[in-house]
Design a protein around this ligand. Structure first.
Ligand code: GAR
Length: 204
C-alpha cells in the first residue's frame, strides 16, 4: 500500500474529498497516512482527527528558515514512511531542493486551468479574483505533478468550469471546488498511487 501524506493550510475541503473517496473505495492503491498542516488553526486538522489520520503542524513562522521548515517536514514524512505527497491547499512554498527529492511523487491541485492564472502569487481566492478581473468565461481546476517551477509540473488532469455573469470570487471558488477539484484530486491521487504501487512491487 502506498502511504500518502496530504499537506494542508486551511479549510481542508480537498482533504475531505480524499477522505470520502478513500471510504468509498476509490483510493485503493494508497492509504491516507498523515496530514501535515502549515497552520495550527487549520480546520483541515479537525477533519484529519475525525477520520483518524495522524497529523503534524509545521509552521514556517516557527522555523529559523526554509531549511529548518523543510527538515521538520522531512522528519515527519520519514517517521510515517510516506511514499507520496498530495498538496491540497498548502499555502507554503517548497524549495527546489525539497521537490527534487520526490520526482513524480508530489501532486498539487490548482484552482484554474494551467497555464492561466497560476504561478507565484496565484493561490486560493486570488486565482478566482484574477479570472473574474480578466473576464474569462471558462475556468476550472488542474492537478499536476510538482517540480521546481511553481505550478509548472506535468499536468495530470484538468476540468473546465463555466463562469456565470453574477459570480463573485467566493461563488466561483465554490463551483470550481464542487465541479472540478473534489472530483479530480481523488482521481489523480489514485492514478499516481497505482503507478508508485506497481514500482514498489517491482512491476515497472
Ligand atoms: C483550493 O481551492 C485549492 O485548489 C487552492 O486552495 C484551496 C484550498 O481549499 N490551492 C491553491 O491555490 C494552491 N495554489 P481547501 O483547504 O478547502 O481544500
Amino acid at each position: 500500500m502506498v502511504r500518502i501524506a496530504v499537506f494542508v493550510s486551511g479549510g481542508g475541503t480537498n482533504l475531505q474529498a480524499l477522505i470520502d473517496a478513500e471510504k468509498r473505495g476509490e483510493i485503493k492503491s494508497g492509504k491516507l497516512s498523515l496530514v501535515i498542516s502549515s497552520r495550527q488553526d487549520a480546520y483541515a486538522l479537525t477533519r484529519a482527527e475525525k477520520a483518524g489520520i495522524p497529523s503534524v503542524v509545521v509552521a514556517r513562522k516557527d522555523c529559523a528558515g526554509q531549511e529548518e521548515f523543510e527538515e521538520k517536514i522531512l522528519e515527519a514524512l520519514s517517521a510515517h514512511a510516506i511514499d507520496m505527497i498530495v498538496l491540497a491547499g498548502f499555502m507554503s512554498i517548497l524549495s527546489p531542493a525539497f521537490t527534487a527529492r520526490f520526482p513524480k511523487r508530489i501532486i498539487n491541485v490548482h484552482p484554474a486551468l494551467i497555464p492561466s492564472f497560476c504561478g507565484q502569487g496565484f493561490y486560493g481566492l486570488k486565482v478566482h479574483e484574477a479570472a473574474l478581473a480578466y473576464g474569462v468565461k471558462v475556468t476550472g481546476a488542474t492537478v499536476h505533478y510538482v517540480n521546481e517551477i511553481p505550478d509548472g509540473g506535468e499536468i495530470l488532469l484538468q476540468k473546465a468550469v463555466e463562469i456565470l455573469p453574477d459570480d463573485t470570487p467566493q461563488t466561483l471558488q465554490k463551483r470550481v471546488m464542487e465541479e472540478a477539484e473534489w472530483i479530480l484530486l481523488p482521481k489523480a491521487t489514485e492514478m499516481v498511487a497505482a503507478g508508485i504501487g506497481k514500482e514498489k512491487d517491482g512491476h515497472l
